[in-house]
Every structure is written in structure tokens, then in C-alpha cells.
Design a protein around this ligand. Structure first.
Ligand SMILES: Nc1ncnc2c1ncn2[C@@H]1O[C@H](COP(=O)(O)OP(=O)(O)OP(=O)(O)O)[C@@H](O)[C@H]1O
Length: 404
């Protein structure tokens, strides 16, 4: 199938063409026709396979440009400020030739610009739940005009404790709206929690379960807890990195690793939720533009962030929740580019690894780093059962997965 066959407006086809997208990804092919028909959709697909465009393109088609003097018609709710900003960027890019007005609403910054944009008549509001509710409470706008509601990365929003906020927001939206729910996985629990918001939804599921993209090569490096940082340095030295994200479980851990790396002569930036928004935005910007090659982050950066050419991900520790492993390593190997991920694991983290391998139904290969001076020889499990990736460099237009 091609984009023109999906029936999208010429203005949208023109911008897709400029992006160099040759054909829709499976989630786009599956979801776009239903969204264009006005149906509620639950969409899930692997990380980095174009879920944002799967809802953004048909929404832009349906809204058909800026409606002067009209209140907002579309609301997109996302879990983090960075993700909301990224979704806004994508709407602006895909909507370059139909030019709807977008308004980005999140905390950590002033209210003035957001109120101004709402007053100027935004068509699309992209928001995180907390600040959106503040605006509603302050009567800066209401949600009765919302025709399309998107819940993006809904599982993360609920994990982050936004259940009641999200439910409140849904209830404030126009009852005749269309509701779209997109996530890498949509569990039965989420469906149960959100079922009241959906009318006879069509489910479009690409891939059977939450799993890493085939283009990510991922490996485990066991080591004693005392040598984790030394091994991190050795791995950085071994890898030819263009850009790397190092994930840490705790904010203090991310700060500590950032400090230590800088002390060892590796320029890097930290990103976690205790930092002021300005620092978070600056860190991300420096990383995106290649001014800094290493970003040290908590799981705030594990979902949804689409940064071109992240070549490596290192998990300094094993994530608390198995799903986060897939999201973390999914920051590389996006849009069919290839990527490498390594997880440093101390002996007391093995039960978490078991949970990850159960979730993805794969034994992740374990490695010993040649030339590293191990104090205690690590126990390496012999296996090579993780699926080999198909190597295809930078072919952004190729198929991203298989329809189920
Ligand atoms: N049809 C397409 N052809 C080629 N590239 C595409 C296509 N659609 C989207 N992309 C690109 O794929 C990348 C990943 O898209 P996106 O961020 O929407 O993924 P995602 O599925 O939401 O991932 P995650 O689950 O990690 O949030 C983006 O850089 C986007 O520009």
C-alpha cells in the first residue's frame, strides 16, 4: 500500500514526500483507514515504528487546516514534557502545508505563552495531564470542543500515577469525540481502565507482544557491583559511539554517573525529572544536535523519544520494570536503522533479568568484555538465542514489522 492509496490529503502527501517516507509502516497501514473513518482505535506496535504518524497524519487530514476563531478540536495527551514537545514538532512538520495551529502545554515553564496560544485559537493541543488540568481549573479553556482525543503512551501515563488525572480529562472531553489510544503495548489492565472512554474500538496490533525491534543488537555484561563504572568506561571505549544514552534507575544515580564521566574526560549531559525544565531541554537539545555524544538519563527518556542516529544504549542498571528494558533499548535501532544495546548487570540484579527475558521470550546473549580486568571472573551463561538482526542501514522507508 502507498500513502496516496490511504486517501490522505495532497498537502499531507507533500510533506510525507519531503520526509522521504516511501510507504506506510504496518501500524500506519493498519490504523490510518479506521481513523479516517472516524472510528476509535487502539494501536500498538514495536518501538520506533511510526506510531506518531499513524495518528498524526489522519488527524491532520480530518482537521483540514486552521479554523479561525474556533476552539481546539484535537487533544493529544502524553506522559512527559519532552514527548509532548516531540509530538508537537511532528504535527508541525507533517502539517507544514495545511498549517493547523498547535499549542504545547506542559509544566516546568510559565503559563503566559500557553494562555496566549490558547487565546489565539489553537486547533491542536498537545499536553501533559497536570498542567492541562491547571489550565482547565483556571478556565483558560475547556475540552467540550475536542473532536479527537489521543492518549499516547497511555501505559506510561498510568504508571506515572496519572490515572485519576487522565480519567478526569477524558470525562471533560466532548462525548461525541473520536478516541485513539497508542502505545507499544496495551495491556488488558489498561483496556479495562480506559474502556469507558472508547466506543467499539478497532484494535490494530503489530507484533504479538512487547519486543525490541529486530534492528537492535542487545547483550548483557555481568560484573561485580564494585566494577560497574569501570566496565561502563571500558564499554564506551570499545564502542565507536556517535551518540549514546546511558540509562540509570535513579535520579541520584544519573547525576553521579554524569559527574564521574565528566571527571574521567567524557563530556555528557544528565536528564531526569529533578532538573529544571530549562536544563532538561538544553540537555536534550545538545544531545540531538550532536554537541554532546552521551546523555545520562532516567526512564523519563525511555519512552517515545525519537532521536535520530542514537547508535548505542547502555543500561547502567537493570530497569525495575521489564517493559522499561524494551523501551530503553528502543531508543536505538529506530526506523530500521541499526543500534547496539548493552546492559551491565550485577549479581543481585539477575531476578530482574529473568523477568525481562520472560517478557520478550528471548534469552539475551551474555558477554565477557575481552581485555577488561575483572576482579571476580563473571559467570557467563552460554547462549546465543537472541534473534539476529537484519542489517539494513538508514533505509527509513522500508517495512517496519509484520501485520498480525
Ligand atoms: N512511513 C515511514 N517511513 C519511514 N520512516 C518513518 C515512517 N513513519 C515514521 N517514520 C520515522 O520513524 C521514526 C520513529 O517514529 P515514532 O517516533 O513515531 O515511533 P514510535 O512507534 O512512536 O516509537 P516509540 O514506541 O518508541 O514511541 C521517526 O523518526 C519517524 O520520522
Amino acid at each position: 500500500m502507498t500513502f496516496p492509496e490511504l486517501g490522505l490529503d495532497e498537502s499531507i502527501l507533500k510533506s510525507i514526500d519531503e520526509f522521504g517516507f516511501e510507504e506506510p509502516t504496518p501500524i500506519q497501514e493498519g490504523a490510518i483507514p479506521h481513523i479516517l473513518e472516524g472510528k476509535d482505535v487502539i494501536g500498538s506496535a514495536q518501538t520506533g515504528t511510526g506510531k506518531t504518524a499513524a495518528y498524526a497524519l489522519p488527524i491532520l487530514h480530518r482537521l483540514g487546516g486552521h479554523k479561525k476563531g474556533a476552539p481546539p478540536r484535537c487533544l493529544i495527551l502524553g506522559p512527559t514534557r519532552e514527548l509532548a514537545a516531540q509530538v508537537e514538532d511532528q504535527f508541525k512538520s507533517y502539517g507544514k502545508y495545511c498549517a493547523p495551529k498547535c499549542c504545547l502545554i506542559h509544566g516546568g515553564v510559565g503559563y503566559g505563552k500557553q494562555i496566549q496560544e490558547l487565546n489565539d485559537g489553537a486547533d491542536i493541543v498537545i499536553a501533559t495531564p497536570g498542567r492541562l488540568l491547571d489550565h482547565i481549573q483556571q478556565k483558560n479553556f475547556d475540552l467540550r470542543s475536542i473532536e479527537v482525543l489521543v492518549l499516547d503512551e497511555v501505559d506510561r501515563m498510568l504508571d506515572m500515577g496519572f490515572v485519576d488525572d487522565v480519567k478526569r480529562i477524558i470525562k471533560l472531553c466532548n462525548k461525541n469525540r473520536q478516541t485513539l489510544l497508542f502505545s507499544a503495548t496495551v495491556s488488558e489492565e489498561i483496556k479495562r481502565l480506559i474502556s469507558f472512554a472508547l466506543k467499539d474500538p478497532v484494535e490494530v496490533t503489530i507484533g504479538i507482544k512487547l519486543s525490541p525491534a529486530e534492528t537492535v543488537k542487545h547483550e548483557i555484561y555481568p560484573v561485580g557491583a564494585m566494577q560497574k563504572f569501570d566496565l561502563l568506561i571500558a564499554l564506551i571505549e570499545k564502542m565507536e559511539i556517535d551518540s549514546m544514552i546511558i540509562f540509570c534507575r535513579m535520579k541520584v544515580g544519573a547525576d553521579r554517573i554524569t559527574r564521574w564521566l565528566k571527571e574521567h574526560g567524557y563530556p555528557c549531559e544528565a536528564m531526569h525529572s529533578n532538573l529544571p525544565q530549562k536544563a532538561r531541554t538544553r540537555a536534550l537539545e545538545k544531545f540531538k544536535t550532536g554537541q554532546t555524544k552521551i546523555l545520562v538519563a532516567t526512564d523519563i527518556a525511555s519512552r517515545g523519544l525519537d532521536i535520530a542516529n542514537v547508535t548505542h544504549v547502555i543500561n547502567y542498571d537493570v530497569p525495575e520494570h521489564a517493559e522499561d528494558y524494551v523501551h530503553r533499548i528502543g531508543r536505538t535501532g529506530r526506523a530500521r536503522r541499526e543500534g547496539d544495546a548493552a546492559t551491565i548487570i550485577a549479581p543481585d540484579e539477575h531476578s530482574k533479568l529473568d523477568a525481562i527475558e520472560k517478557l520478550i521470550d528471548q534469552a539475551i546473549p551474555q558477554r565477557r568484555l575481552d581485555g577488561f580486568n575483572y576482579i571476580h571472573e563473571p559467570h557467563i551463561r552460554e547462549t546465543n538465542s537472541a534473534k539476529p538482526r537484519r542489517r539494513r542501514r538508514n533505509s527509513a522507508s522500508s517495512k517496519f514489522g509484520r501485520r498480525r
